[in-house]
Ligand binder design. Structure first.
Ligand SMILES: [Zn+2]
Length: 378
């Protein structure tokens, strides 16, 4: 039966107590285990609203005895970021105490787990997976958090680290629905993409900065790669779901997305019930490296020349940055060109540009030559 845990986060300022709320459905310890969190970037409000709608549906399903395993929902994964308001502006993406992006620098315990299970795995995948899960939890228990953001990270990881399916709900700035997941999970995860009506699936591993979903999968991937098929384990499905953009916050969208997640969970055997026929996947899926950014090269106000979701060709003018202090005849407009052909799937909601800022993303139809550095924008 549904239960709600309120975990007190470490107090960092006298008299200022925060807590994590964790809804649990089904039987503790039962499989499959599903973990859903929302709003580690605390300004991405479609995520917690969707989690709220999902939790309502799961509560009803639980009362009807339809939860097969165990499902955890953390509707507000970042109460610290949710509370960060200065002079009326909300800051939910970066931690004001450390400057860190809330979805970077989670704890990768792969090395400790590899050491712990070395020579101890057999041929039984279920038994091996149990050993790895317990090594992961032990390694996380050994971490001493430094700042409040670290304490938050470790508490989230402890609850997600042994799940079969992990969904991390976000939004982009202004975007179509898209997913990030490990290349080995595609096309198996087409059921999730097609239920949600996802337009773009980015296949990524080790994007360079230890976001949540990658550090949950990392120890399992490391053990799988080190031990091969002789010592099989089950690698969890960990996915970032980008629920469109910052402004796409409504009961209608959140309800629709929660319904899609319920059908996905039914299809995966986590919930009883018939999800109906699986809709076709009509989006594009390819390595994350095929994404290119649109960079601002001048200060000014951005006017997009292509609609969100448009297919563009390399060299197309996707946006113009306007120096509104100049006359149109005096070169007031700086064009921003597509570096690659592909889908213009994400762009900046704010239209004030500074040189060096990324104002949009194109998911290329071909690999991008010379792509280097971390894959995620900060
Ligand atoms: Zn985010």
């Amino acid at each position: 039966m549904a239960e709600t845990e309120h975990h007190r986060l470490r107090e960092v300022s006298l008299g200022d107590q925060r807590s994590l709320t964790i809804h649990r459905f089904g039987q503790p310890g039962a499989r499959p285990k599903v973990y859903v969190q929302a709003g580690i970037h605390a300004n991405e409000l479609a995520a917690p609203l969707t989690a709220h709608h999902l939790a309502d549906r799961l509560k009803a399903a639980d009362e009807a005895g339809q939860v097969v395993g165990e499902i955890l929902v953390v509707p507000i994964a970042n109460p610290i970021g949710l509370s960060q308001v200065q002079s009326g502006e909300h800051f939910g993406r970066h931690d004001l105490e450390t400057g860190g992006n809330y979805n970077r620098a989670f704890f990768d315990v792969s090395e400790a787990v590899l050491q712990a299970v070395m020579g101890r795995l057999g041929s039984d995948a279920a038994e091996n997976t149990r050993s790895v899960r317990s090594a992961v939890l032990n390694a996380l228990n050994d971490v001493t958090p430094r700042f409040a953001i670290d304490d938050l990270h470790i508490e989230l990881q402890k609850r997600a680290c042994d799940a079969d399916i992990v969904l991390d709900l976000h939004t982009d700035s202004d975007a179509e629905m898209h997913l990030f997941l490990d290349p080995t999970q595609w096309p198996a995860a087409e059921d999730l993409a097609s239920e949600l009506g996802v337009e773009v699936v980015m296949l990524a591993r080790a994007s360079g900065s230890n976001p949540f979903e990658e550090t949950i999968a990392a120890p399992y991937v490391a053990v799988h790669e080190a031990h091969g098929e002789d010592h099989p384990i089950d690698v969890p499905l960990t996915v970032v779901v980008e629920l469109r953009g910052l402004a796409d916050v409504s009961d209608e969208l959140a309800g629709q997305d929660a319904d899609a997640l319920m059908r996905f969970l039914q299809r995966r055997g986590c919930l009883a019930g018939d999800p109906g026929a699986q809709p076709p996947f009509t989006g594009v899926a390819a390595p994350f490296e095929q994404t290119t950014f649109l960079w601002a090269t001048a200060p000014g106000i951005v006017a997009f020349k292509k609609p969100l979701g448009a297919m563009v060709a390399a060299g197309d003018v996707v946006a113009e940055i306007i120096d509104v202090s100049a006359m149109a005849t005096d070169g007031a407009r700086t064009p921003v060109l597509a570096e690659t052909s592909g889908k213009f799937f994400a762009r900046s909601l704010t239209k004030l540009a500074r040189p060096g800022q990324d104002i949009g993303k194109i998911f290329g139809t071909t690999p991008v030559e010379g792509r280097v550095g971390d894959l995620l924008s900060d």
